[in-house]
Design a protein around this ligand. Sequence first.
Ligand code: PLP
Length: 447
Amino acid sequence: MTQLPNSLEARDVAVQLHSYADARKQEETGSLVIDKGEGIYVTDINGKRYIEGMAGLWSVAVGFGEKRLVDAAARQMEKLPYYHTFTYKTHGPSIELAEKLIEMAPVPMSKVYFTNSGSEANDTALKLIWYRSNALGQPERKKVISRVRGYHGVTIASASLTGLPNNHRSFDLPLPQVLHTTSPHYRSQKKDGESEADFAKRCAQDLEDLILAEGPETIAAFFAEPVMGAGGVIVPPDGYWEAVQPVLEKYGILFVADEVICGFGRTGNMFGTETYNLQPDIMTLSKALSSSYQPISALLINDNVYQPIADESHKIGVLGHGYTGSGHPVAAAVALENLKIIEERDLVGNVRTMSPLFQKRLAGLAQNPLVVETRGIGLIGAAELHHEALADTPGALGARTNAVFLEKGLISRNMLDAMAFCPPLIITENQINEMFDIAEDSLQAAA
Ligand code: PLP
């Protein structure tokens, strides 16, 4: 990328510190400046069009340029651009959205708590879990377990829950109360000769061993994505959830399903919880909740979680938690309209209709010798590249491939050497073919 003086690319790196980038490298290369979007495509300031193969950050479910969301935001802005939900006050959009989410929840949920990002939702979940343990007179029950390669965000608590080294390194994380158990990635974690079914059982056994080693009375909750996203799109092996959930039940451990990516259709059901028949006590939601047109996230909590928290807030006189933007009326109005679109256009149905082709084309990438594994479900997937074959450092081949994708007009995301595909849920057959044609050509060029 050439950086002309005073270009937006150069002005950007002069003033912004970017997430998930090598700052020194970006100072040299500049940034890709995206200008507009329509459907599954975005266009940069030089007029070059790309397929947004990641739906932004796994999030723009209804695609770019959706006028109904723009209108919903404008209407709410004019009527009441801001109000809060603190101390006995509220407003219509937050009430309606909370009602809608409780109605949509695949398991009985009692209350909704609004936050602004996936990280805040998981951070809040952990705080509420600690609060609940104290309410129940179990102050020792404060440890939580998540998984290696899980992704739950970047606040101090949610980055601790995240099981990826780069979210901990040099940040002095994770917090000591957060423990990580085995990643459910069969290919990299299996023992010699271990079948997938045996591996799934061992994951559950590893979890139970950790609980027993730490003392079951000290473990409050288990956090997990139904399908791991940012850790490399890890689809759990058959039998995994059937083996893991009874362990949680046996020790009375709360289950937090992080539905930030899986929620609202991605896996072929409205929630990953339905796809895997999960029984979470808390669900965290964001991203496709508003198709990321506005920052908003939410926790759904069941009665088992809510009742002790309500008692404790009564004892203290206040639940000392909340964000200025919690349940923001414009974000809530946009989310409501977005959920309407998802339902009216049956985007979950579109995921089911499109996923056989999507998964077939994804699996087809394995014909390239650079690809060691493809994995996916619904409209999410990844192709893992064989960096060992090139004696590369992990991530270098992924980054090079990503650059070729970009040059050829496809935005993907390399999680080290796993190339992710997670397009808007409105994608059509022709567009799926267009996306994977570019990916195939790019892999050939990168090989
Ligand atoms: N949880 C999951 C499963 C995610 O994928 C993400 C973001 O990618 C988060 C939480 C954090 O969300 P945010 O980036 O909005 O803080």
